[in-house]
Design a protein around this ligand. Structure first.
Ligand code: ADP
Ligand code: MG
Length: 227
């Protein structure tokens, strides 16, 4: 193999039945993402972005087609298998941060490690470099409501990184931020990619997508590439 394959989607299809009618949301979507890539999936509202993200993130399965995540056949996994894959391989970053409000920065970032059975001492040691990397070491005792939106997103990014995921999957990561703060978060993504992280970022905004190294466009459930 030349490049290490992280994601291979082959002819993925997904439909929903709503009001007795069948709605085809993803149409023979094929996609390969190699280790170290930084891909944006660009699409308008209703184009199927969340549906595709849920499949890539092992939160949902397709009706047909094949999905290989880091060599694992996702289609054949049951719910427990999907959960395990998701926990082991994917770091999620959401538009709305999804931090636990009553936890401090330190506690939020430690949580994925505690869930994996690390002791508090081990976890506290492991998270330091990531909290420093996102520039929040001076804020470790703060709670989310004492932080700006950009700072909260940095906490979410540190939390996504602590388990050393195979893939960072970001859904509109700058969608709730002003444009200057959004640019700072995109600069952080670029740095994480330069450090070797594989990133898929989902967005409706071309100017955001242009910060990635490759853009795939999703139009009415059809994924295509250019350039
Ligand atoms: P996007 O994230 O790009 O806005 P979605 O993936 O959320 O797009 O939705 C794509 C299409 O699928 C939309 O027409 C939406 O209404 C429909 N859809 C999404 N989820 C469901 C569902 N659970 N049941 C029925 N239709 C759905
Ligand atoms: Mg969506």
């Amino acid at each position: 193999m030349d490049a290490e394959n992280i994601v291979t989607l082959s002819e993925i299809e997904k439909s929903y039945t709503a009001g007795g009618e069948r709605l085809y949301v993803l149409k023979r979507v094929s996609l390969t993402v190699n280790k170290g890539e930084y891909l944006a999936i660009l699409g308008a509202s209703g184009s199927g972005k969340s549906t595709l993200m849920n499949i890539i993130g092992c939160m949902d399965t397709s009706d047909s087609g094949q999905y290989l995540l880091d060599g694992v056949e996702v289609n054949t996994c049951n719910d427990a298998g999907l959960t395990a894959l998701r926990n082991q391989k994917i770091g999620f970053i959401f538009q709305k941060y999804h931090l636990i409000p009553q936890y401090t920065v330190l506690q939020n970032v430690m949580l994925p490690l505690l869930i994996r059975g690390k002791t508090r001492t081990e976890a506290a040691k492991m998270v330091e470099e990531y909290i420093r990397m996102v520039g929040l070491w001076e804020r470790i005792s703060h709670k989310p409501n004492e932080l700006s939106g950009g700072q909260q997103q940095r906490v979410a990014i540190a939390r996504a990184l602590v388990t050393a995921p195979t893939l960072l999957l970001a859904d509109e990561p700058t969608g709730a931020l002003d444009s200057q703060t959004g640019k700072e978060i995109l600069a952080l993504f670029q740095r994480l990619n330069e450090m070797g992280n594989t990133i898929i970022m989902i967005t409706h905004d071309l100017s955001v997508a242009q910060h990635s190294k490759r853009i795939a466009r999703l139009v009415d459930g059809v994924l295509s590439f250019q350039g």
